[in-house]
Design a protein around this ligand. Structure first.
Ligand SMILES: *Cc1c(COP(=O)(O)O)cnc(C)c1O
Length: 422
């Protein structure tokens, strides 16, 4: 469920018409709904609570949507943050998220990033390999502290989604095997700079089937039990993110309630604090990308190109993952649907959002919205083709605020320096 709906023939975000935002801020522009962000977070929190999983740490995956206003909205409800870089640690802290609710994941954290996170006092560093474990130990000893760490396990399961976002197979770069995890956990408990507090997994993204998760989580439980039988303390079990969202033409993903019930079943009787790292399921349906039609280019060979002012640099998912986004006219015109190829202005064929899409008839100047663009949308945007970074707007009820202004060309150019010999 989300708060984007037609009212008197016009698409609204909560109580604000998208056309009004486009008028005020220009296009392309991302628009986020506070009510939808809040709802998704609370539905998950309550589902986990109702299933008897206690008060888990729900650490929003900042890489899905790193806008500080979005992080603040979720942080105010009690969300923590799952971060993968020093920049994301800084964003989470800037949003007022307590360091004890920040989990630091990622396969290639640098010594500087680790030091920054330890000094900030993050809840846990999820360690993904033996060399990284050694590095965290060294850095922590250098700072005369003990790093709270979790070992990220790669449960070796196939978890749907696109190949580029599948992370839980042995051939992927993430995490260590179960045998390795046991060895590293025991080593860590003897290391001067480390305090192992838990184990973690994250098997992929846009997962629409609970079976692979259930298989992985069962193995994680056994790991916790084996570690405890060796006399090792395990406080926390981090089950990652990855639950999918409906992108309109795809299988309906499992509900948070079904997800929570499955976990409660697999973990029955296990005393532990759970942690989760949801990204997409919180933010995806809470955002849209609004764009304007530049041209309707009807080719004599029969293809109808809808040329937009938004491009692959603003919304990369279709080019990167062949992703499908529902496209809705902001003010649908009456008349029979027309089949369009929807493209951006960037100089490569990859800048195609979709082909052969039936839409209400469109004219130059019309607005349309890419739905389900709140996760991995603005966060993956770039300035490719020297197009200024796309602005972001947050709506709350009848109010809206520009939470990332459109960058000016002067700002873009001011970041560069001439080489002395030029
Ligand atoms: C990307 C990522 C997530 C979030 O994945 P979603 O599919 O957006 O829920 C969680 N944990 C880690 C370690 C990640 O890399």
């Amino acid at each position: 469920m989300n708060h984007f709906e037609l009212r008197e023939g016009e698409l609204y975000c909560e109580d604000v018409s998208l056309a009004r935002i486009a008028e005020a801020v220009g296009t392309p522009v991302y628009v986020y709904s506070s009510a939808t962000l809040e709802r998704h977070y609370l539905v998950l929190r309550d589902a986990l609570r109702d299933a008897g999983l206690g008060e888990p740490l729900i650490a929003f995956a900042v890489k899905a949507n790193s806008n500080v206003a979005v992080l603040k909205t979720l942080g105010a409800l009690g969300a923590g943050a799952d971060v993968v870089s020093e920049g994301e640690v800084r964003r989470a802290l800037a949003a007022g998220i307590a360091p004890e609710r920040i989990v630091f994941s990622g396969v290639g954290k640098t010594a500087q990033e680790i030091a920054f996170a330890l000094q900030a006092g993050v809840a846990e560093i999820n360690v993904e390999s033996e060399p990284e474990l050694k590095l965290v130990d060294q850095v922590a000893q250098g700072l005369k502290t003990r790093a709270r760490i979790a070992i990220r396990v790669n449960p070796d399961v196939e978890a749907g989604g696109h190949a580029k976002i599948s992370t839980g197979k042995a051939e992927n770069k993430f995490g260590v095997s179960f045998a390795e995890a046991e060895r590293l956990y025991a080593n860590a408990s003897n290391a001067a700079g480390l305090k192992p507090v838990g184990v973690a997994c994250h098997i992929g993204s846009q997962i629409t089937d609970l079976a692979p998760m259930e298989a992985a989580f069962g193995k994680m439980r056994s790991l916790v039990e084996r570690l405890r039988r060796q006399g090792l303390a395990v406080e926390r079990l981090d089950l990652g993110g990855g639950l999918g969202v409906p992108y309109f033409n795809q299988p309906e993903p499992p509900s948070p309630a079904a997800y929570a019930a499955m976990i409660a079943r697999v973990m029955a009787g296990l005393e532990i604090q759970f942690a989760f790292e949801p990204g997409r399921m919180i933010a995806a349906n809470a955002g849209v990308l609004v764009a304007r039609v530049q041209h309707v280019n009807a080719r004599p060979e029969g293809r109808n190109f809808l040329v937009l002012d938004a491009a692959m640099n603003d919304l990369l998912r279709p080019a990167m993952y062949d992703a499908y986004h529902d496209i809705r006219p902001v003010r649908p015109r009456p008349g029979a649907a027309v089949t369009y190829d929807v493209v951006g202005p960037v100089c490569e064929t990859g800048d195609t959002f979709t082909r052969d899409r039936a839409l209400a008839p469109m004219q130059a100047g019309d607005l349309l919205a890419f739905m389900t663009a709140g996760a991995y949308g603005a966060a993956m945007s770039s300035e490719y083709n020297s197009r200024p970074l796309v602005p972001e707007v947050l709506v709350k009820g009848a109010a809206f605020a520009v939470v990332r202004p459109r960058q000016t060309y002067d700002e873009m150019l001011a970041r560069e320096r001439p080489a002395p010999w030029l």
